[in-house]
Design a protein around this ligand. Structure first.
Ligand SMILES: *Cc1c(COP(=O)(O)O)cnc(C)c1O
Length: 377
């Protein structure tokens, strides 16, 4: 990946690399987003959720940029992610594994220096016996399920666990945590219900701090912040709250090259299944990204790309490696082979693409494929 310069005005694919799609990741915007979230949660601290390769943007680049901005707490989902990332992070960081501690992985987790989010009493006991076996004190986080029924201890086990914790000298619990199911919906009652449940749980652990808010939770207000917030999507420019203007800066831009153009008469079928048929004379362009590159097939006949601010609708089905768009709205000859059209950028947000695809920004981001040339700025 190395050194490069990205110019937003770059209009042509770079024949030297042969790449036909460019995913540009603005690390300065990422850092400003982190700063904004930190300010929003102060005096609490903002962590960074960098699971799934930092939502597809590159966990190492992202984590290092965030470290430079003061971030010291990082969350991944899988132990394998932690094993890969931990050696690339400075020593004064904490790296948490959200999915918990799977049987047989305890020593690997300890050796990696990863901190498991313990999701059951069994996980707690196995971590404690590992600590005993290794003759060390091991750090951990305790997660409770406050109403999502996904991960975490049932709230009613809090008393038993608190008692067990008292007699346990080899586990240091850094904080208790839970996850909000509806934090992107500011008025959803489930948010206040989960907060109330978390407070009942916290009362059983008077010495421990609380960690609750994801991106949406940051904007639900100070009651939700605890000591440590865990934003993910907002760092990467996704909207934290549905139906509200997005306070975050875009971090990702995706430009894809035109690989063929043609003019066709009315009545011409386009793409697999002939699912679209032109109704007038039209000019078409085929661009070099498809569902294997993270542009869902559900965008067929619904999504669009942009060129010079002009919307170019997707016509026909999204193929594995390409998409055909109607470029009749552009002046003839405006596009040629190698011209770059905007898939994500100033004219089309992550949320726009997600809506056209019938999904959420998270799925779009994490699906962006490996065939793009990634340019970090
Ligand atoms: C993914 C995840 C987050 C980050 O959520 P965003 O909505 O992306 O901010 C935080 N906490 C947990 C437990 C998660 O699984």
């Amino acid at each position: 990946m190395g050194q490069f310069t990205f110019h937003a005005q770059d209009r042509l694919a770079d024949a030297d690399t042969g790449a036909s799609g460019y995913l540009s990741i603005d690390l300065a915007a990422l850092r400003r987003n982190y700063q904004k979230l930190s300010t929003a949660v102060a005096p609490a601290t903002a962590a960074a959720v960098v699971k799934a390769n930092a939502y597809g943007l590159g966990a190492e680049y992202v984590s290092k940029a965030l470290y430079a901005q003061g971030c010291r707490h990082f969350f991944v989902a899988h132990l394998t992610e932690a094993i890969e990332l931990k050696p690339r992070l400075p020593d004064d960081t904490q790296l948490f594994v959200l999915n918990g501690l799977q049987p047989g992985t305890e020593v690997r987790c300890a050796d990696a220096g990863a901190i498991p989010v313990l999701n059951s009493i069994d996980q707690f006991r196995r971590w404690s016996s590992t600590a005993q076996k290794l003759g060390r004190v091991l750090r951990a986080v305790l997660q409770f399920d406050t109403g999502m029924s996904r991960l975490g201890l049932p709230p009613q086990e809090r008393t038993a666990l608190a008692a067990e914790l008292k007699g346990c000298g080899n586990i240091e619990i850094l904080f208790i945590m839970s996850h909000l199911a509806c934090a992107d919906e500011a008025d959803n009652r489930q948010n206040t219900d989960q907060l109330a449940e978390m407070r009942r749980i916290a009362a059983a652990f008077p010495d421990l701090d609380v960690c609750l808010a994801n991106s949406g939770g940051v904007f639900l207000g100070g009651d939700y912040h605890g000591v440590l917030a865990r934003p993910g999507i907002a760092l990467f420019g996704g909207a934290p709250t549905a139906g509200r203007s997005n306070p975050m800066e875009a971090v990702v831009r995706l430009d894809v090259a035109v690989i063929q153009t043609r003019a066709v008469p009315a009545g011409t079928p386009v793409g697999y299944g002939g699912a679209y048929v032109t109704t007038t004379e039209a000019r078409l362009a085929t661009i070099a990204a498809g569902y294997a590159d993270g542009l869902p097939r559900s965008m067929s006949d619904r999504g669009a790309v942009f060129y010079d601010g002009v919307r170019l609708p997707i016509v026909g089905r999204v193929s594995m490696d390409s998409i055909t768009v109607d470029v009749t709205a552009l002046p003839e000859g405006a596009l040629s082979l190698g011209s770059l059209v905007e898939v994500l950028g100033p004219h089309q947000t992550l949320e726009d693409v997600a809506e056209a695809a019938g999904t959420i920004s998270y799925e779009i981001l994490t699906s962006l494929g490996r065939r793009y040339e990634r340019r970090y700025r």
